[in-house]
Design a protein around this ligand. Structure first.
Ligand code: BV8
Length: 231
């Protein structure tokens, strides 16, 4: 039997829903208001950079008005007492603001800027605009440091290593619609981990989990953390 239990937690937009951040594929979600091909692909950015910058600037300012919820706080409490790593598809900073330290943003972060010319990455601070200059190469091809469709997610090797060594793999608030994030549960199950899905509803990857817990993350995740910590 391995040592202390290693827990890997994949989070999606649903964990931030109760904080007031829109999910993507719920009926009133982001993709019901925007065409992802226009605002979350390199071609979309090439075609209309102003639209894309405005899309992410609006999400950046919305994020400043919300707080982490009980699910984010419970995961930070878990990490303070057990070997826990969060792999998030979210580009918000609510896990960090809840106190989590070991967070891998596989789709990048709203708080980051990326130079489309030299690849330099830096904290954006406020809004990003098309006229901004890269602090390194001085080129004006600054974009949000997020992973668009068709681009390689960040931290893939580290994530694969963590999942292969996990004793428990949990997915919280994700529809399982996006790859390669949606394949991690299969890798975890193949490696012998216990797998648990936390969602309001059944998803297209529910069948891959050994257990499913239904309800709002803000309620069912703190309960699960209490169980794990023996409260
Ligand atoms: C890659 C970042 C390869 C920025 C995002 C056909 C054509 C082209 C591409 C593809 C294709 N088929 C597959 C692909 C690959 C593609 C993909 O998966 N497309 C999908 C749409 C079919 N994937 C990629 O392109 C990825 N890259 O494959 O690279 C490669 C290899 C080598 C070299 C180069 C490249 C990159 C994917 C990353 C895209 N970027 N976002 C941004 O945020 O704007 S993804 C986008 O979806 C969001 O970031 C989001 O995080 C992510 C996943 O969505 P979820 O988080 O799951 O959110 P969703 O709304 O879907 O679901 C919310 C869930 O929460 C629901 O289930 C709901 O029931 C639940 N919920 C709601 N409220 C609550 C709740 N649960 C609990 N409590 C609540 N209160």
């Amino acid at each position: 039997m391995r040592g202390a239990r290693r827990i890997v937690i994949l989070t999606g937009a649903g964990i931030s829903a109760e904080s007031g951040i829109s999910t993507f594929r719920d009926p009133d979600g982001v993709w019901s208001r925007y065409d992802l091909n226009e605002v979350a692909t390199p071609d979309g950015f090439r075609r209309n950079p102003e639209l894309v910058q405005a899309f992410y600037n609006a999400r950046r300012s919305a994020l400043r008005k919300v707080e982490p919820n009980a699910a984010h706080l419970a995961l930070a409490r878990l990490e303070s007492q057990m070997d826990t790593c969060i792999v998030t598809q979210n580009v918000d900073d609510l896990h960090e603001r809840a106190g989590s330290r070991d967070v891998l943003h596989m789709h990048g972060e709203l708080s980051g800027a990326l130079c489309g010319n030299c690849g330099h990455r830096w904290p954006a601070g406020g809004d990003i605009s098309c006229g901004d200059k890269c602090p390194v190469c001085k080129c004006c091809r600054v974009r949000p440091d997020v992973v668009w469709f068709g681009e390689m997610p960040y931290h893939t090797q580290r994530i694969d290593e963590l999942v292969a060594a996990a004793d428990i793999f949990a997915a919280i608030g994700t529809s399982g619609e996006v790859s390669p994030a949606n394949s991690l549960v299969f890798d975890a199950a193949d490696a012998g981990a216990r797998t648990i899905e936390f969602n309001l509803v059944e998803t297209i990857i529910t069948h891959a989990f050994s257990e499913a817990r239904r309800g709002p993350a803000g309620e069912i995740v703190p309960r699960w953390v209490d169980e794990l910590l023996g409260y």
